[in-house]
Write a protein that binds this ligand. Structure first.
Ligand code: NDP
Length: 283
């Protein structure tokens, strides 16, 4: 029979539809939600991500302000651009696409974004609020994972959730969100011994390691919900996740595909954050 496949692409379209309604309500009050996207340099993968976010903005009726800066831009120039966007009343969300060129410190650049416009949810203020259970604007990938669990009807409260990965943009915030929903949470990382013993205990398994097909069927509890965050480009150019999809699909209760799972939901959650930011700034 196999797991229920959580169709992230279809769910993301639904989220964008809902956000479009919210954007129209704001526009009727004279507030057109706007997202500023800053891309420094010419990393092709970043350009693809930026285009996907801009496409989603158009779909949802969110204006985009596009800033393509050369790789030679200095950190000071970038900070000045962020300052200008922080005080621009037409801009409700600011997104600085990562990675930044090597001569810049991503951490100091991201902290310059006004937390009220931090639609990626990466500022310390946003992350600190999440830690304290009062999300300002939550990081988009983990909030997309949570919405997928919720809309697929996966029970979370009282369940054991295991998160593989402890980055500040995926693993740690995902663990906090699961904890907030009353799961018992274990976070695993590259130094975790006996990983399979832990993952086999998971009712919910979130995989965000960036290692192609590392989660094999024998690591999964029968009936578990498996959310695959990984995006790995293989030598043949195809994308694959962190989960050995076909084998795990036969064993799990729910599973997300790659592509077409967490990726489109992440983009949809950026738009949802822009609308939330615009609603708050318009209040
Ligand atoms: P990072 O590289 O920042 O973090 C990876 C984490 O996985 C680290 O905590 C690392 O442990 C852990 N890890 C690595 N190898 C293993 C292993 N063999 N066993 C257990 N843990 C391991 O990556 P990100 O969090 O930024 O992203 C993770 C993946 O998600 C990537 O594939 C990325 O492309 C994808 N991604 C997808 C998004 C989407 O929209 N779908 C958005 C963002 C990311 P340690 O800390 O010890 O090094």
């Amino acid at each position: 029979m196999g797991a229920i496949v959580i169709d992230g692409a279809a769910m993301a379209r639904q989220v964008l539809c809902e956000q479009k309604d919210a954007a129209q309500r704001l526009a009727a009050r004279g507030f057109v939600p706007g997202l500023a996207v800053v891309l420094v340099g010419d990393d092709p993968a970043s350009a693809v991500y930026v285009r996907a976010k801009e496409r989603a903005c158009r779909e949802a009726g969110v204006s985009t302000f596009d800033y393509r800066l050369p790789a030679t831009t200095t950190e000071t120039e970038l900070l000045q651009k962020i300052d200008a966007l922080n005080s621009d009343s037409q801009v409700h969300g600011i997104l600085v696409q990562l990675p930044l060129p090597a001569h810049m410190k991503a951490v100091s650049v991201l902290q310059r974004i006004d937390p009220a416009k931090d639609v990626d949810g990466f500022t310390w203020r946003s992350l600190g609020a999440l830690l304290d259970g009062h999300a300002l604007l939550a990081p988009c990938t983990p909030s997309g994972c949570m919405l997928m669990l919720e809309r697929a009807g996966v029970p979370v409260a009282g369940k054991h959730a295991v998160v593989i990965g402890r980055s500040s943009i995926v693993g740690k915030p995902a663990a906090l969100m699961l904890l907030e929903r009353n799961a018992t949470v274990t976070i695993c990382h590259s130094r975790t011994p006996e990983l399979a013993t832990i993952t086999r205990e998971a009712d919910i398994l979130i995989c965000a390691a960036g290692k192609p097909r590392m989660v094999t069927a024998d690591m999964v509890k029968p009936g578990a919900a498996v959310i695959d965050v990984g995006i790995n480009r293989m030598p043949d150019g195809k994308l694959c996740g962190d989960v050995d999809y076909d084998a795990v699909q036969a064993r799990a209760g729910w599973i997300t595909p790659v592509p077409g799972g967490v990726g489109p939901m992440t983009v949809a959650m950026v738009i949802a954050n822009v609308i939330t930011a615009a609603e708050r700034l318009a209040a």
